[in-house]
Design a protein. Sequence first.
Length: 519
Amino acid sequence: MPHHAKVILIGAGPGDPGLLTLRGRDALLGADVVVYDNLVSEEIVALAPPAAERIYVGKMAGKHTMPQEAINELLVREARSGRRVVRLKGGDPFVFGRGAEECVYLRDNGVEFEIVPGVSAAAAVPAYAGIPLTHRELAASFHVITGHEHACKDETSIDWRAVAGLEGTLVIFMGVTTLRSIADALIRHGRSSETPVAAIRWGTVPEQRTLTAPLRSIADEAERAGLRPPGLIVVGEVVRLREQLNWFERRPLFGRVIATPRSRYEESRLSSGLKELGARVVELPLESHDGRAPAPASACGWKDPREYDAVLFASPPSVASFVRELFKHGGDARSLSGAALIAAGSVVEKAMASFGLKPDFMTETLCLPVQVRQLRQAFDLAGKRVLAAGAAPDRLLKSLRGAGARVETLSLEHDSLPPSHDMVAPPRRYDLIAFSCASMVKKLVREISPEALRELAETVPAASVSPAASDELRELGFEVRVQPDEPATAALVDAIAQWAVSETPDGLTAPTPSSAVSS
């Protein structure tokens, strides 16, 4: 067995990709194979190098992609082959995640392992619903319990009499389908029927829905609302604080599904701004590539970056791949001291910051023509040697060459472009489609079929950053409902938030925080 064979078990958190730990992210960046579960966010899986193999082993009630025994064997086999194995598990690996079983199997088979704890749903999901687990006046303790068994059976693994007598908050995993029996058992063994209960579905993500009711009626309310797994049940007086502390579901765009065109390279400021306000953002891919990007004619193997006047990063994956190559060739941050570092957008800047790199210049938009103009204005490129770290838009590279720069593209081991899709979700599911610049409208016309474009225009209102973009959208048949006074992305995000509030009766976003759980 290779001396470096190891499996890293990472807790991916309960759903929100922002809850992944820094250690978890760093381990993912170096993975050769990722074995991941059902509730792990796609954004987290995407952090692995594009060339890394992704193996889905998710489990849902009654539907197991792979038996646990087969998962155990898979981990051992991949580690023994010398590959860097990351095992991604929802929440925390040691909280109802069977992580301990996997570690015991790895140890018994001589495979080294590492645990990266994750943010458990036990704490995160109630917090996102505005429910603290403890409170000085209401609960001095909390207790985490599995509810997958029918609580009214003659023999269960849980002593519900003892549970009912516990002081403090009860957090019940996997209790959605057995909620009625759990409530009956708690009441029968002495818990007050008026105890407040919260049932939270899809906690920490934009689809989160929370239902509250007294213990005596929570099962009826859940059935009426169509509550289904995945969900978490919270029982205790702290649930009463939700009305005051509910922050996540009160964000202005919570419950909205907004489509927006995007580059193949990074999440735009528009997308990140909409997500911050609670929207589910569906980014429509606009570039047609399948698998690995073809190497440009100017592509080169590894060279010392000190030979160049500037290094251009056009995507977050390219940053990670470049840093790995830099370290592999004996370099470090000092190797970049003589070159200007250029980041194509704010998300690339964040990726660079995670490796301790600060760009000398960052383009302030996802709009490619504006990126080109900003770069040419910021640098005297004539005669300069520029190294593009990994794949970058052809138009950007051609523009730099047109300004007199000598541009080479560094081929990186894990550098590739994601495949594109004509439409990633039925347009009738979108509340709005938003455009951060006029060039995105042109790209949409080029990159999706006329039928899909027509269906979008007929069924989805548009938000536009500028009069020029609005004119083009109207020519395509879109109804433009949102346009800010100032042609800026931040202003567009604010205008969309104002539109969402005005579109809902009584100034409340839909669904309201106290709404029933959707199916």
